[in-house]
Structures are given as structure tokens and as C-alpha cells.
Design a protein around this ligand. Sequence first.
Ligand SMILES: NC(=O)c1ccc[n+]([C@@H]2O[C@H](COP(=O)([O-])OP(=O)(O)OC[C@H]3O[C@@H](n4cnc5c(N)ncnc54)[C@H](O)[C@@H]3O)[C@@H](O)[C@H]2O)c1
Length: 372
Amino acid sequence: METIKVGIIGCGVIARAAHGPDYKKLGDRVEIVAACDIVKEKLDSYCEQFGVKKRYSTIAELLGDDEVQAVDVCLHNNMHAPTAIEAMRRGKDVYCEKPMAGSYADALAMREAAKKYGRKLHIQLAMIYNSSSFAAKRLIDSGDLGRVYHMRSTGFRRRGRPYVDGYGEKEFVSSRVAGGGALLDMGVYHISQLLYLTGNKRPLRVVGHTYQELDMDSARKAASGYDVEELIVGMVDFEDRLSMDLIESWAMNLDTLEPSCILGSAGGLRLNPFSYHYTKHDVVFNAAFDEHDLDFRSSTVHSEQMFYRNSQAHWVAALRGECPLLPTAEIGLNTQLIQESLYLSSDLGRQVSTEEVIAAGRSNMAEVAGLY
Ligand SMILES: NC(=O)c1ccc[n+]([C@@H]2O[C@H](COP(=O)([O-])OP(=O)(O)OC[C@H]3O[C@@H](n4cnc5c(N)ncnc54)[C@H](O)[C@@H]3O)[C@@H](O)[C@H]2O)c1
């Protein structure tokens, strides 16, 4: 079977820490044939580390390379949409880092471009492949939870704002480049996991409150122009009487938060780590499962499950025609709608309908136009 030829766009932290190593683990199923970055040192060291033959200093040059069949967009958020759309227009399939884009309108434009140009579009939503998701999906789809009516999306860091607290680059905390803070950076994983597990239902009404309250290193604050939220709380009403409450923290004065959960009439689940709670014969059960056994069986008896245990592995398998591509573009888009509705609600100080956000059609692509 063919080796998929990938081009990496943006040779920064995530391309180096995850995408490069994850492609290497897939052996001759995939090859990184080209890479691109505007910073020559990053490009050179990336290509040396991962044995990449072709080096480009502009996105346009990489997109003009006919050997590149699919691109992997590892740029900052507001650059996802223009890059992905141009790549699909030029006939490339696209794998894109999360969040899907810097705004809902831009994410929608990506999904529309995929349809228009007949290309595959995959968004990196890592938590849908973890063992919690694997077990939860089976229980929910088989009806063991009964009617699923509420979910809680949580993410906790005590002092983990990118750059100003130590880790990551300045771009994460600039609304011009990233589009938002904790919600777009971490919340995207937790919300998308819940949407994936519960059928990606349509959000209708949203209330959100964003906060930036804790002090930070003043030199790093000035250098980065920090202007995004460190904490967000919210509530979302979906179709079919499903609700979700949410708290996502980059920084807060608390030692821990309980992980995300899903409540159903016949059972409940906690995720990351997983536990299953139900009542049988009037006895209350709290159950876990054996992750080691799952991993062993996935890699032996049910080897096809390996296409669903890692985002890169899934993407490459889908490009090789070995499995259908999960609807990560649809889930990423819905996640983005919820996120933008939370921000709008916080800005306006009232509940908003998702229709308002869709109608507003706010694009952040123009913000980065000068970078091309
Ligand atoms: N860092 C993480 O832990 C992490 C984790 C998951 C997802 N992500 C996502 O990955 C994306 C990138 O994050 P990162 O941390 O790797 O950022 P980064 O700043 O380390 O990397 C971005 C790279 O893009 C390059 N670049 C900028 N403009 C360019 C242009 N016009 N042409 C070519 N290259 C250009 C930069 O030089 C840089 O090397 C973001 O969307 C982020 O949300 C990051």
C-alpha cells in the first residue's frame, strides 16, 4: 500500500513534540517529505531531527510541491483557516491542529472548503482516542447509560498560563494570534470529547463568564501582550434536553477539580480517568476497567482498533483507505460554536443563542493576512 507523503507547516513546539514523533512511529505508512517555517533555525533543526528532505521558507512554496499529498498545519490558531483553505484549494488533504480556527466563521469556511474541493479535513482532538473515550463510547452507544441528560466539561491547571507561567510561546496568550485563552487551548479537548461521546448535538443557548484575575510575571506579560482569559465558566443548552456545565482553568487558586463526567438515567461516567457508576438490584456500583488489557487486545486480537487510538494513526489510516475518517471537522466546528458563544455571552453580559454567533460571522483571518 502507498506511503502517505506529508508536508509539515510550522516547525514549532507541537510539530516537534508530537507530530514528528507520531509520524515516525507509523514507519513506512507515512513519510514527512517536506516542511516549512519562516524561522530558518527551526526549519533546519526540525528537518535534521526528522530526516525531512525538502525545506521551504514560505507556505506557498510547500503548497506548490506536487509530491506533498497532505499537509499538517501546526501554526497558531488564526492561521489555521487561511492555510487549510488554500491547501485544500490546491488539492491537498489537511490535518490541522486544535482549535479548528480562531473563530466559528473561519472554522465553517474550512469545513465548506473541504466540501467544495472534495478534500479530507481532520482536526487534532486528542481526547477522543484515549481509553476513557474508548470505554465510554461503547457504553453510551449500546444504551447502558439510558437517557444522557447532562455533562460536565472540566479542565484544571493551577498555574499553567502559557509563556507567562513558563511553558509555550507568546502567541498562545495573544488574542490577535490565538483568538482566545484557556477555552481555545485546553477547553477544546474536553468539550470535543463530550460532543464526540454524546452524538455531537446542536447547541442552542449559552451563558459564559471569562476571568483574568491572578497576577503574572510583569516582564513576560509586557513581552507577550497577554490579553486572553485564564478561567472560563459556562452553561450550554443543547437540543434534546441535554445540558453541559463547564469550567476551564489555566490558573486558579485551588488544588484540584474533578474531571469531566456524563450523567444518564441508567448510569454515569467520569472521564480522564474513567469510572462507571450505576445501580443494579438496588446495589450501587462504582466500576473501572483494565487499561492494560484494552491496550493489549487492541494491539493483538482487534488490531483495527489501533486506527482509533491516536490522532495521527487515525489520519494516516483514513488517507490509506483503511478506515473512514472520524467527523472531527464537524465536532471541531461545533466545539468552536460553543466556544465563541461563551465568549460572546461573557462580552455582552447575558445569555446568547448560537444563532446570534452564526449570524455575526466574525472572521479572524484578516488579522493574520499580513503574515502571508
Ligand atoms: N504547544 C503545545 O503544547 C500544543 C499542544 C496542542 C496543540 N497545539 C496547537 O498547535 C498550534 C501551534 O502551537 P505551537 O505551540 O507549536 O506554536 P509554536 O509557536 O511553537 O509553532 C508555530 C510555528 O509556526 C511558525 N510560523 C509562524 N508563521 C509562519 C508562516 N507564515 N509560515 C510558516 N511558518 C510560520 C513559527 O515560526 C513557529 O515555528 C496551535 O494551534 C496550538 O493550539 C499546541
